[in-house]
Design a protein around this ligand. Structure first.
Ligand SMILES: [Zn+2]
Length: 188
């Protein structure tokens, strides 16, 4: 059975048994919060449970490292849409300790990209076009600093209303415990 077949089989069962009923909710987040977090697999169910978040409670955006790589990219746009279209009034950046994007060895990653069949020529064409792959692929050196930087990017964004609280939190990926890195109420 392929992965897709397995997923479709489980999905069919889910729908037939009406397991969706307990997830019924609206598009607007009950808690009026948007969370930007990391795609780390340890957080998939841990993060909502550790923050007591149920279906319909928040907007949840995830990427590698819980970062904003570009102030006019899709992550920042998702945050702005959450605020302007879905009544969100607080933003929580939830990074985590032992993040895979921390101290990422970009030379090694480029080697792995080549091992996957991408030619040296493609790499050098991109680099010649001015795309600094090493900088782009590099995550951050400190989780706490990255969280602070991401909070600052959101807080200082020209399209973010000044009364929006932006918090920076760091989660322990084993226990779910949260440390407050930036308290958004203190900087409104
Ligand atoms: Zn991570």
């Amino acid at each position: 059975m392929t992965k897709l077949e397995e997923i479709l089989r489980d999905n069919n069962e889910f729908v037939e048994n009406k397991e969706y009923e307990k997830f019924s909710t609206s598009k607007k987040p009950n808690k009026k919060i948007v969370i930007l977090s990391c795609m780390d697999t340890r957080l998939t169910s841990l993060l909502p449970s550790a923050m007591n978040i149920k279906n319909g409670d928040v907007k949840l955006i995830k990427n590698a490292g819980a970062v904003i790589t570009h102030p006019f990219g899709s992550t920042m746009r998702s945050i702005i849409v959450s605020i302007c279209e879905f009544d969100v009034d607080e933003v929580m950046v939830v990074g985590h300790y032992e993040c895979g994007m921390c101290n990422e060895n970009t030379d090694e990653m480029i080697e792995k990209i080549k091992e996957k069949g991408i030619s040296e020529e493609v790499i050098s064409t991109l680099e010649n076009a001015g795309i600094d792959l090493r900088t782009w692929l590099h995550g951050f050196d400190s989780v706490e600093q990255s969280i602070k930087d991401t909070v600052k990017t959101i807080k200082n964004h020209p399209l973010i209303p000044s009364d929006i609280a932006v918090h920076g939190l760091a989660m322990n990926p084993a226990t779910g415990k949260i440390d407050v890195i930036v308290n958004g109420y203190e900087d409104k």
